[in-house]
Design a binder for this molecule. Structure first.
Ligand code: NAD
Ligand code: TYD
Length: 362
């Protein structure tokens, strides 16, 4: 039976993963969800969990090592799945300090706590415990249009403060496996999308703006390429790595869905035109506006998922159209969830900081 510590489980991917675990992991005994609830986390994301008595939210900071040690000890937790992070590239450009603190120091704090309780106090080994770290394709840097996709052996070359902080945390996790024999594993995934994604990220931001008739901001020429992964597919991959993946290994997870930001936004508008029948802003693509580019904007990310497919038999179930159709439906059916975020002062401040000075791209 498994006793999980999930960090950042009130955020986008973490809350989807908790839902997935509660439905799919028949060895699950309990989930302790440690989340400090930053602007990106919300108790709303945890409403209506299946089998909810197996889940408990602890509001606290991953940097609080004593707190983490106490949870691992008291609740005899044996599996850490580490999602908690500052996760938005644009915010890391405006304010990198929080990224260094949470992503690097926070990961260090968790690793030390695991070492203390699992190794020093209990002498548990790789069959009994696991520290699984969630990382990103952004640690590999930017690809030329025709270049081969990132594999697990691609050298790290992070370009943004966010990517650099994630790269640093990956290195720490790997080093704790190598030096102390802590049973670790890492997944590096591409851009996720789906239910409960905070609307600062491209897809929900576009949906939110299109539904309110605001201009849809596309950075630069819109020709940057991302490899979009439906969040449920990602959750399935993580659980499979936990169950069958090898200790010490890293696995790339991607959606096999590469396209430019401009094409993505146009596709999203087409789906919205069909689903939001009464929208007065149709056709939504008329709202597209090119704005000043993100500094240091990576041109292309793409994941080679051969390893996880070959070793664990994982591949994505959703294609872009099926995943986006589900996502648009979810946002249309959960307008209250979206409205509650829009009403937050913090969100308004963020939009003003990031967009008001951008203007039109010439
Ligand atoms: P998110 O921003 O939606 O959620 C992050 C969660 O972490 C929030 O609930 C927040 O309250 C919590 N948190 C932040 N600082 C904390 C702290 N100090 N202590 C405890 N909790 C804290 O992020 P997400 O999109 O769900 O991403 C989850 C993980 O996946 C991150 O590690 C991110 O780097 C990685 N990732 C995300 C994507 C993506 O497309 N969203 C892609 C690749 C990798
Ligand atoms: P984002 O969702 O922030 O994810 P990431 O930076 O981690 O890839 O952005 C996805 C892509 O969309 C990225 O190339 C930046 C671009 N983008 C825009 O063009 N306009 C926007 O308003 C935002 C938020 C992103």
């Amino acid at each position: 039976m498994k006793r999980y510590l999930i960090t950042g489980g009130a955020g986008f991917i973490g809350s989807n993963f908790i839902r997935h675990l509660l439905k799919e992991d028949h060895d699950l005994e309990c989930i302790v969800n440690l989340d400090v609830i930053t602007y990106a986390g919300s108790r709303e994301n945890l409403k209506g969990l299946p089998d909810s008595e197996k889940h408990i939210l602890v509001e606290g900071d991953i940097c609080d090592q004593e707190l983490v040690i106490g949870l691992l000890r008291q609740d005899e937790l044996d599996t850490i799945v580490h999602f908690a992070a500052e996760s938005h590239v644009d915010r890391s450009i405006h304010g990198p300090a929080a990224f260094v603190r949470t992503n690097i120091q926070g990961t260090f704090s968790l690793l030390e706590a695991a070492r203390q309780v699992w190794q020093r106090e209990r002498q548990l080994d790789g069959d009994e415990v696991r520290f699984h770290h969630i990382s990103t394709d952004e640690v590999f840097g930017s690809l030329e249009t025709q270049a081969a996709a990132f594999s697990e052996t691609t050298p790290y070359a992070p370009n943004s403060p966010y990517a650099a902080s994630k790269a640093a945390s990956d290195h720490l996790v790997r080093a704790y496996g190598h030096t102390y024999g802590l049973p670790i594993s890492i997944t590096n995934c591409s851009n996720n999308y789906g239910p409960y994604q905070f609307p600062e990220k491209l897809i929900p931001l576009i949906l939110l703006k299109a539904l309110t008739g605001e201009l849809l901001p596309i950075y630069g020429d819109g020709q940057q390429i991302r490899d979009w992964l439906y969040v449920e597919d990602h959750c399935r991959a993580i659980l499979q790595v936990l169950k069958q993946g090898e200790v010490g290994e890293t696995y790339n997870v991607g959606g096999n869905n590469q396209l430019t930001n401009l094409d993505l936004v146009k596709t999203l508008c087409t789906i919205l035109n069909e689903q939001a029948v009464d929208s007065p802003y149709k056709p939504h693509e008329n709202l597209i506006q090119f704005v000043a580019d993100r500094p240091g904007h990576d041109r292309r990310y793409a994941m080679d998922i051969t390893k996880i497919d070959r070793v664990l038999g994982w591949e994505p179930n959703e294609n872009l159209l099926s995943g986006l159709t589900k996502t648009v439906r979810w946002y249309l059916q959960n307008q209250d969830w979206l409205q509650a975020i829009i009403a937050e002062k913090e969100f308004g401040n963020w939009l003003a900081l990031n967009y008001e000075t951008r203007g039109d791209e010439e």
